[in-house]
Write a protein that binds this ligand. Structure first.
Ligand code: SAH
Length: 398
């Protein structure tokens, strides 16, 4: 029997119930639910085999993650009030942990990590971009946007737009749709750790920027003085400008996407840096590394931050092989005494597994030690009982 405003209920195994109690927010589709048919975003109760209430979440009729859990309190309604309260809590978290006047681009709401599963809100100065993940949050988004809008306005936000997936978009069209407030600009200049940074909101990746690397960019800035720097998978040049401002006179940025270099160069100019003495290479990173090795080129600091290689558990073995190959190619162009920063955003590849792709056998050399391992900054909180949330690895070897 459905309670507290839910639309129906589904039975789960003891092991799933135990994971939910630890804070895991997902329930994968179960073949035994064959007949279950709720609308996208319907509120469902998850019950144990004895029928006892375990958790309440939203239903996705198509994705592998069938239910995203919002509460384990049977008496708590899953409604807009609950979502708004969670968003407010997330905003307070930023106030407490991220009080940095030199940064006005950051994640306001980190989905599962802030206990609003399926919704990311990224702030770029006065603009906020919402990225729903899955049909359930899609169905809720307009109502959520209207409900949380006053909270955002109170913090100086003037526009809230929704980011639609690239699929199905005609080439070059904006991927922003208005939700609240004034129209969002196609691109915007923000401040990240004191660095003026251009963000392509309408056509860039994710919501425009990879905000999760902010603190690691500051780390790169501290490692760059007087060194030749290679930034692989450079996107909008966040690590590249960090290296230049840190004192590198020569930064090589490599990305397959030509448009990303244009944004990066705009960022260079915004910081009073002439981009022309630096190298901008539009190429596949591995092909570039093979060519550079053949030419005998070397760098003192190499940053390697590829896209996720493992979108699924099944893709993991192949991803690990690719990481090994990539790290070997990076090591082959790293000068003696050099520093390698290797990153991974594959949630299916755990920190230890990633570290193993940086062992001596992978790198083909025995002079590099792991100096430090970092993750994302404080605006990307994690739930301890949800290992998939710890996706970002940033390992420094030297
Ligand atoms: N380091 C960046 C984020 C990188 S995102 C930052 O700090 O903001 C991954 C980037 O890799 C994207 O810009 C994408 O265009 C690029 N990319 C994807 N496949 C690639 C390939 N095979 N070779 C080079 N770049 C690639």
């Amino acid at each position: 029997m459905a309670r507290a405003g839910s639309d129906g209920q589904l039975a789960i195994d003891d092991s799933v119930a135990a994971a939910l109690r630890r804070g895991h927010p997902w329930v994968f589709r179960d073949a035994r639910w064959g007949g279950a048919s709720f609308g996208a975003g319907a509120v469902v109760d998850l019950v144990g085999r004895d029928g006892a209430f375990v958790a309440r979440g939203t239903w996705d009729p198509v994705a592998p993650i069938a239910v995203r859990v919002f509460t384990r309190d049977a008496a708590q309604r899953l409604d807009l009030d609950l979502v708004a309260a969670r968003v407010e809590r997330a905003l307070e978290r930023r106030d407490r942990f991220l009080a940095d006047p030199a940064t006005n681009a950051y994640r306001l709401l980190h989905g599962e990590g802030d206990r609003v599963p399926g919704l990311v809100l990224d702030r770029y100065d006065h603009a906020v971009v919402a990225r729903p993940d899955g049909a359930a949050m899609d169905a809720w988004l307009e109502r959520v946007a209207a409900r949380i809008w006053p909270l955002l306005v109170a913090r100086g936000v003037r526009t809230l737009a929704r980011r639609v997936p690239r699929d199905g978009q005609s080439g070059g069209a904006s991927m922003l749709e208005p939700l609240q407030g004034e129209p969002a600009p196609d691109s915007i200049e923000v401040l990240e750790s004191g660095v003026r940074t251009w963000v392509d909101l309408a056509r860039g990746q994710k919501t425009g920027a990879f905000l999760d690397q902010r603190d690691n960019r500051v780390r790169v800035r501290g490692l760059a003085r007087g060194r030749r720097v290679l930034n692989l998978y450079s996107y909008a040049g966040g690590f590249s400008i960090a290296a230049v401002l840190g004192g590198s006179g020569r930064v090589t940025s490599v990305d397959v996407a030509h448009a990303a270099h244009a944004t990066a160069q705009r960022t260079f100019r915004a910081n009073g840096v002439d981009p022309t003495p630096h190298a901008w290479v539009t190429a596949d990173a591995l092909a570039f590394l093979d060519g550079a090795r053949a030419r005998g080129e070397q760098w003192d600091l190499v940053i390697c931050d590829p896209p996720s290689f493992a979108p699924s558990e099944k893709a993991k073995p192949r991803a690990l092989t690719t990481y090994r190959r990539l790290h070997a190619a990076c090591a082959a162009v790293l000068a003696p005494g050099g520093t390698l920063c290797a990153a991974s955003c594959s949630s299916h590849v755990g920190p230890d597994e990633f570290l193993a792709t940086l062992d001596d056998a992978s790198l083909g050399r025995a002079d590099l030690s792991v100096v430090a391992s970092f993750g994302p900054p404080v605006d990307h909180p994690v739930v301890a009982g949800w290992p998939e949330g710890r996706y970002l690895k940033f390992v420094v070897l030297g």
